[in-house]
Ligand binder design. Sequence first.
Ligand code: GH3
Ligand code: MG
Ligand code: MG
Length: 335
Amino acid sequence: MLAFDFKFSQLSVLLLGNTLNLAAQALTIVALRMVLGRSLRWREATALGVVGWLGVTYLSAVHPDYLMRVLWGSAILVCNTLLNLSALWGGCRDQDTRARCLLFWTYVLAIALLVWRNLSLWMLATPPQGIGVPTPVNIAYVLLFGLQPLLASVGFLLLYNEILQRDLYDLARIDPLTGVINRLGLLEASEVLLTKARARRESIGVLLIDADHFKSINDRFGHDDGDRVLLELVDNIRRMLRANDLVGRVGGEEFLVLSPSVKEGDLLALAERIRAAVERTAFRINGQSYALTVSIGAAIATGNEPDMMAARRRADAALYEAKRAGRNCVRISAT
Ligand code: GH3
Ligand code: MG
Ligand code: MG
């Protein structure tokens, strides 16, 4: 709009320029929150835009006062920016949210620039009477604040990319039905756990949990109710785990628990707790309660093993033993 100064009256340039600026700021708040999956704050964004516009209009058309107008506009921009900062808060704590952190600092710099501009203007003996007057403060402000939308746009693109990457990562590793990690997630987690176990000379407990006669639930109540029972089963398993234990779905109605730093006795106790918890639970299907049990095969993986495959096979064999022994029981394989 400044470039069109020669074509329109100064007042039209000022009002239209500020309208565009305030509308863009309000949309930025909503867009940023949309990308981050936060509440959109339409009301706050619109209110700030309207209040900002009314103040700027009053201080330019009714009671012209350049310094107060800059102060008013800056205060509104700072409020807008604070709303953006609140959405981006916490992004610098994590390695995976670097774009969020970059955008956060871009907005902090924008606030610093606004504060600097106002302080500079108020300290001048003869402050300029409009942004079009080419004083050093005005020139520096227009140049630096011109860069801000560019940095913010790049930040937005990086942020969007970061979120897509995280979604893809989760999509590849999280089982959509139960919300626990899948085979790939388990494979990666087991590599990390084995590395730690090697360093600490500890072992990892492996439990393979399989629902007993699950097919009969699907046959009797249908697949959808079977799905709900699976979710409840996962809840039961999760409730019995310690903070460092992991559960993942290896297929159908079969789950794998990885329990770091355990000995055989602790692992058997954990397996027994899970088995007993499932047995105690009344699974609700169509208003009726249904008793479900699980069979569990346990094995210990030592840090000397190259991967978790051998322990997984031993747990599988122990699970087979548990099924053969009549189900609803725990069996452990010899290391
Ligand atoms: P067993 O005690 O020998 O383990 O008997 P089972 O019926 O549980 O074993 P089987 O492996 O024969 O059947 C597993 C069943 O689990 C087959 C399939 O219908 C069901 N199933 C697998 N995945 C899902 C799922 O995602 N949702 C539902 N509802 N059922 C599933
Ligand atoms: Mg089964
Ligand atoms: Mg099975």
